[in-house]
Design a binder for this molecule. Structure first.
Ligand code: ATP
Length: 346
């Protein structure tokens, strides 16, 4: 069932189209991630659903109620901010209770709800501490407790893991997904980290210039990107643009493509490509269906477990960067073998 329905949202700031006709739904207990480069409109979208953006047009419906003109405090949505925005002078308990006090709930109900939220996030033992006495991960849990304690119809998370260091972030990803699933509250999850979105979300919306370019499961977005932007934005890629003419047939490596435009763009999932020495190019080592590009090693960077190679593709005078644990020297002739499904042509 649709919990949130967003229809034709538009928000322009002068020339800037922060939201440009955005339409989608969030379903019951779904985690929908919104990804996109800086300035693509992610935060504006989140703030619009929360009620903090004066829209130019469009409608927002939550649980069949049109809330487009309803003020934020009457929408029953919770927003979780990047910086947690905890009150420094209040204890954990008071921080979590705050939203319920504003809603003028009875003392007994407040106590029950706060205890439930603290318990749910396993932070009951921190109830009497102040935010300054907590680790980053603990503060994050308090902020989440505060967001869920009001039992919102929808949770809006803005870069919830960005304040944590890289190692903790990866661990907390799966924890957070489990928590959100247990909570059963539909969630809109804004992140600029596509790997985080792929691992946490049920579906992903990819935004650019205020538009949703593609909305689908992480697998769909990764395996069947609709355009060059989505293909390049998701995953680790190398992008090659070859000048050509619309309708022209062009040979790239062992394949022939037809250009749809004045450029042919090739996006390569570099982590899935294999780097072989030119001598290894046999039908056995490199199956026919792979895209096979002949290249020369121009430069390399040592990354610890592997090298990052700068390779010049022979026939098209273009460069590709890719990682490999095999060792080659500058000037070596190599083969880049890219399996079907690991490259996209636009
Ligand atoms: N109050 C405002 N006044 C003018 N322009 C704004 C305002 N808020 C946002 N914008 C512009 O709207 C566009 C979308 O901004 P938004 O903050 O939604 O992007 P974002 O995808 O969340 O970016 P980031 O990842 O950097 O947070 C940007 O070009 C931004 O400069």
């Amino acid at each position: 069932m649709e919990v949130v329905k967003v229809q034709g949202l538009k928000k322009y700031y002068g020339e800037v189209k922060a939201l440009d006709d955005v339409t989608f739904s969030i379903f019951e207990s779904e985690i929908l991630a919104v990804i996109g480069p800086s300035g693509s409109g992610k935060t504006t979208l989140l703030r619009a659903i929360a009620g903090f953006v004066n829209l130019d047009s469009g409608r927002i419906i939550i649980n069949s109620r049109d809330v487009t003109n309803v003020p934020p405090e009457k929408r029953n949505v919770s927003m979780f901010f990047q910086n947690y925005a905890l009150w420094p002078h209040m204890t954990v308990y008071e921080n979590v209770a705050y939203g319920l006090k504003i809603r003028k709930m009875s003392k007994t109900e407040i106590r029950e709800r706060v205890e439930w939220a603290l318990n749910f996030l396993e932070i009951s033992h921190l109830a009497n501490r102040k935010p300054s006495q907590l680790s980053g991960g603990q503060q994050q849990r308090v902020a989440l407790a505060r967001a869920i304690v009001v039992k919102p119809d929808v949770l809006l998370l803005d870069e919830p893991l960005s304040n944590l260091d890289a190692k903790i972030r990866t661990r907390i990803r799966s924890e957070l997904r489990e928590l959100l699933k247990k909570l059963n509250i539909p969630t809109l999850y804004v992140t600029h980290d596509q790997e985080e979105a792929l691992s946490i979300a049920d579906r992903i919306a990819v935004m650019n210039h205020g538009k949703i370019l593609q909305l689908g499961t992480p697998q769909e977005i990764y395996k069947n990107p609709v355009d060059v932007f989505v293909a390049d934005f998701v995953g680790a890629n190398s992008l090659i643009r070859i000048k050509t003419k619309s309708g022209e047939q062009i040979k790239v490596g062992n394949k022939i493509f037809v250009a749809k435009d004045d450029f042919l763009t090739l996006v390569i999932r570099v982590d899935e490509a294999d780097l072989l020495s030119a001598k290894q190019l046999t039908a056995e080592n490199v199956p026919e269906q792979n895209l096979i590009l002949k290249a020369v090693v121009v430069d390399k960077l040592f990354l610890g477990s592997k090298y990052k190679y700068k390779l010049k593709i022979d026939e098209i005078e273009e460069y590709v960067y890719l990682n490999s644990n095999k060792i080659y020297a500058n000037g070596d002739k190599v083969i880049i073998a890219i399996p079907a499904g690991s490259y996209f042509v636009f």
